[in-house]
Design a protein around this ligand. Structure first.
Ligand SMILES: [Zn+2]
Length: 162
C-alpha cells in the first residue's frame, strides 16, 4: 500500500517535471491552471470536453474561470502537449498528447450526450487489425495513397443513453 502511494507520488512528480521542462523549452512556465489541466487530463484516458475539464479544474481551484481554461487548452494544444479533436463546429475534446498518440484509433461517439469513448477494448483487436489492413490495401489499390495513420468514428447511443 505504502509502496503504491510512493510510486504514485513519484509518477506525479516526474510528470510535473516533464511538463515544466517542455514548457520552459518553449518559453512558458507551468502556471497553476496549466498544471491542473495537464494533471486532470493525465488521470483520464478518454477525451474530455472543455466543460468537463472546467468542472474538474473548478473543484481544485474555484478561482480559475472558464475563459482561462479555454485559453490554456488552446495554448497547450498549440504546444502539442495535448491533442484536440473537433466534432462539428461547436464541440472540441482534449486528451494528453502521449495518450492520444498511443491509443485511440477508433472513437465511439454518443449522439445524445456527446461522450467520446476511446476504449480500444470495445472492438476486438483482430477486427481492428483486419479493418486497418483491408483499408490500407484497398486505398492503395484504388487511389495509390499510402496511409500511415487512421481514425474511425462510430456514432450511436452509449450505455447510459440507450
Ligand atoms: Zn450518451
Amino acid at each position: 500500500m505504502e509502496v503504491n502511494t510512493t510510486q504514485k507520488m513519484d509518477e506525479v512528480n516526474d510528470k510535473t517535471k516533464y511538463w515544466e521542462t517542455r514548457l520552459k523549452e518553449m518559453g512558458y512556465r507551468l502556471s497553476g491552471p496549466r498544471r491542473i489541466i495537464l494533471s486532470k487530463l493525465s488521470e483520464n484516458r478518454e477525451y474530455l470536453s472543455a466543460d468537463d475539464i472546467y468542472m474538474m479544474v473548478k473543484k481544485e481551484n474555484p478561482n480559475i474561470g472558464i475563459a482561462t481554461v479555454y485559453r490554456t487548452l488552446e495554448l497547450l494544444t498549440r504546444l502539442d502537449l495535448i491533442c484536440k479533436i473537433s466534432l462539428g463546429s461547436y464541440r472540441s475534446f482534449y486528451m494528453l498528447s502521449e495518450n492520444c498518440k498511443k491509443e485511440a484509433t477508433n472513437y465511439l461517439i454518443c449522439n445524445k450526450c456527446g461522450r467520446i469513448i476511446t476504449n480500444n477494448k470495445c472492438l476486438d483487436s483482430n477486427i481492428r487489425i483486419r479493418l486497418k489492413e483491408d483499408a490500407e490495401k484497398n486505398i492503395f489499390k484504388n487511389c495509390r495513397i499510402k496511409i500511415d495513420n487512421y481514425q474511425i468514428f462510430f456514432t450511436g447511443l452509449c450505455d447510459k443513453c440507450a
